[in-house]
Design a binder for this molecule. Structure first.
Ligand SMILES: Cc1cc2nc3c(=O)[nH]c(=O)nc-3n(C[C@H](O)[C@H](O)[C@H](O)COP(=O)(O)OP(=O)(O)OC[C@H]3O[C@@H](n4cnc5c(N)ncnc54)[C@H](O)[C@@H]3O)c2cc1C
Length: 384
């Protein structure tokens, strides 16, 4: 069937990512969940396939493809149900690498972006602090310039890829305002500790402490003092990519459920013959389709360069809520089996709870949408 959004090449790419997930990810997902760590050789394999460099120009080892390839990649990873893996990939590519792509000097791109596209290095983005999450302007980590270095002190929390990763794009307070620095995990004074969490257990989430870390001034991303504006721009990519994963994950829960209710019997017939469940299925299918189309159209506008802040906020708000609702309703249709670890729907239930929280909470999304609707605030991209 022809698509308004995806070409034949996009669909061939979709088939190759589905194949990759079947071979290299799904057989290991349960082990990674139990170990609380994803074997990083899978990232190297992702790099070899070009999956980590879709948005990176070819001169830096990427594919330089249009943004609809990202939509395909993340929707498919979401659809696989491996949401810990999805979080690792998205944080590396669409958080850390995105800042290098947009604001990195030639030297930073050579040192960090090229090995990130190949999967040799894994990056994290550290904005959140113990006392500042939604209120990003009030971060306390400082970077004081001394000669050719910034001396960084402070702490970050809830940072994906920070413990097992290699570098951190960190938001810090410099004399001129918030700035972004690339900090190696290996630098003296950087310590990380893993956090224990209710879901996404294979994904690495950590606290970071910076104790008099000497960061070369050339590790500054973009201009000093403009970090807040860079973050406000890049958060749109982050939110849209979360929505792409979310529509995939809804489809995963839905597909698992359709299969289950066709096999499970009660009162002498398969439970998909009960009207109350059939109507639930109809509702879920309709909601998924509607939000999928909104994700596609916004991704297509994003691909052509539109700065779609309102749409990215609306999608982050609604797809993350809908994903939670869909997984809740699907689990219900599994009955007691849905509560058993043996069924992937149980893991999905734990994993999706965080989605209305990270990348900007639902309340913050509503604040942004309300400012645009009521005060007619206009957001402009920070990078030229
Ligand atoms: C698994 C996981 C992975 C994460 N990965 C990363 C990462 O890689 N990098 C990173 O930087 N961060 C990451 N985060 C942090 C995440 O982005 C923050 O947790 C989130 O932005 C909320 O910040 P907070 O936890 O400090 O909550 P708070 O900001 O303290 O908010 C608490 C509550 O108050 C509400 N609230 C706050 N301000 C307002 C307001 N103005 N109006 C209405 N309600 C408000 C919030 O919506 C929320 O319900 C991750 C978090 C988790 C759980």
């Amino acid at each position: 069937m022809s698509s308004l959004f995806f070409t034949e090449e996009h669909e061939l790419f979709r088939a190759s990512i589905q194949d990759f997930l079947k071979q290299e990810v799904l057989p290991y997902t349960n082990d990674w969940e139990e170990e609380g760590q994803i074997d990083r050789t899978v990232m190297k394999k992702m790099g070899e396939m070009g999956f980590l460099g879709l948005d990176t120009p070819e001169q830096y080892g990427g594919m330089g493809t249009d943004f609809m390839y990202t939509c395909v990649l993340l929707e498919e990873i979401g659809k696989s149900g491996a949401l810990g893996f999805a979080t690792m990939v998205a944080s590396h590519v669409y958080l850390a690498m995105n800042y290098l792509n947009k604001g990195g000097s030639e030297a930073l791109k050579q040192k960090y972006l090229v090995p990130s596209a190949s999967g040799d290095l894994i990056g994290a983005l550290a904005m959140t602090e113990p006392f500042a999450g939604s209120d990003l302007k009030n971060i306390r980590t400082t970077a004081v310039k001394e000669g050719d270095y910034y001396i960084v002190n402070g702490s970050k929390t809830f940072i994906t890829n920070a413990h097992y990763g290699d570098y951190i794009v960190a938001a810090v307070k410099t004399e001129t305002g918030i700035s972004l620095l690339v900090i190696d995990n290996e630098m003296e004074g950087v310590t990380t500790s893993k956090l224990d969490k209710m879901g996404l257990r294979s994904s690495d989430t950590a606290e970071i402490s910076f104790d008099n870390v000497k960061v070369p001034v050339e590790n500054l991303l973009g201009e000093e003092g403009k970090g807040f504006y860079y973050m406000m721009e890049s958060l749109q990519t982050e939110r849209l990519t979360v929505s792409q994963i979310s529509i995939g994950a809804m489809q995963c829960a839905y597909d698992l459920t359709l299969q289950y209710i066709s096999e499970r019997e009660a009162f002498g017939r398969s439970i998909n013959k009960f009207q109350v469940l059939r109507h639930k299925v109809a509702d879920i299918a309709t909601e998924i389709e509607a939000w999928k189309q909104f994700v596609y159209v916004t991704s297509a506008r994003f691909a052509q360069g539109d700065f779609v802040v309102k749409e990215c906020s609306m999608l982050k708000l609604k797809t993350s809520d809908l994903l939670n609702d869909v997984v809740y309703d699907c689990l219900q249709m599994f009955g007691g089996y849905g509560f058993m670890e043996e069924y992937p729907i149980a893991r999905l239930y734990r994993d999706v709870r965080v989605i209305p929280i990270f990348a900007g909470t639902s309340e913050i999304m509503k604040e942004i949408i309300a400012k645009i609707e009521i005060e007619k605030v206009e957001y402009k991209p920070a990078y030229k």
